[in-house]
Design a protein around this ligand. Structure first.
Ligand code: API
Length: 279
């Protein structure tokens, strides 16, 4: 069976995008891992499935599979690529699209010059809904012995779970040790994306993210949104923030509790291909 796909990226966070609007595609964990493998497959951080809408007034459905085959409820960089894909593949001519995601929906607005603005939804701070086990809601949380260190972090969900650690310098942050140890820590029953945030000014931060199911990526859109929301909630950041990730700059806007968080940035199309292996 051959599988047509488009390789895309948002700030270096790369994706295999597949049109499943006409024909359902059932990717089991093994098949997803093989597609994402950078040696035996196509290679990507996430696989994005463009599906038919699941609700009456949405345009499409959206499913996200990490490189390890696990499913996520959100991918912010992927949402921008999703919008470019459906417009350039003639699946819609709308400048603004509404997309059903696993636990809700999002709206993606075309800004021009292959830039898009995604309404990622209202951030969720209730530990039970992140999920984060063993804690009552608080501005931040601490765990002892995470890769041998006591770590303190903010935690929230934006369709997917995030822990945000404040660091003095992202270049020297313990991403490779604390990242995986916290990603799979028992306190996070569904694992977690781990952001390392270096504030530079009230409207400018640096960020690295060790992603759940993918490891450190060049950019994480929902991670950028989560980091800025955590910083604004702590009183340290303004409502509009430039986020410098290793792969480039995103913009995050959040007006405060109860409001949706917005992520803006580019979406690049790299190549179209056809997967022929049966593996
Ligand atoms: N690893 C994430 C999914 C991809 C998120 C990221 N690529 C983004 O741009 O938001 C998770 O398991 O929740």
């Amino acid at each position: 069976m051959t599988l047509a796909f488009t390789k895309m990226h948002g700030l270096g966070n790369d994706f295999v995008v597949i049109d499943a609007t006409a024909t359902p595609i059932d990717l089991d964990t093994a098949r997803a891992r093989r597609i994402a493998d950078r040696r035996f497959g196509i290679g990507c951080d996430q696989i994005l499935l463009v599906e038919p809408a699941r609700s009456a007034d949405a345009d499409f459905g959206y499913r996200i599979l990490n490189a390890d085959g696990s499913e996520s409820g959100q991918c912010g960089n992927g949402a921008r690529c999703f919008a470019r894909f459906v417009r350039e593949n003639g699946l819609t001519d709308r400048d603004t699209i509404t997309v059903d995601i696993r636990d809700g929906r999002m709206v993606i607005e075309t800004l021009g010059d292959h830039h898009y603005r995604v309404a990622l939804g209202v951030p969720e701070f209730d530990p039970a809904r992140i999920p984060l086990a063993g804690f009552d809601a608080a501005p931040d949380y601490s765990l002892d012995d995470v890769a041998g260190s006591r770590v303190t972090f903010a935690a929230l969900a934006i369709g997917n779970p995030h822990a945000v650690l404040r660091v003095a310098d992202v270049d020297t942050a313990a991403v490779d040790t604390i990242g995986p140890a916290l990603e799979s820590h028992p306190a996070f029953p569904e694992r977690v994306n781990v952001g390392f945030l270096e504030p530079l000014a009230r409207d400018h931060v640096r960020l690295r993210v060790f992603e759940r199911g993918a490891g450190e990526t060049l950019a994480c859109g929902s991670g950028a949104a989560a980091a800025v929301v955590a910083g604004i909630a702590a009183g340290d950041l303004d409502p509009t923030v430039a986020v410098d990730l290793p792969g480039g700059r995103a913009r995050v806007d959040w007006a405060g509790p109860g409001e949706p968080v917005f992520l803006s940035g580019p979406a690049e199309r790299v190549f179209d291909g056809k997967l022929v292996s049966s593996g």
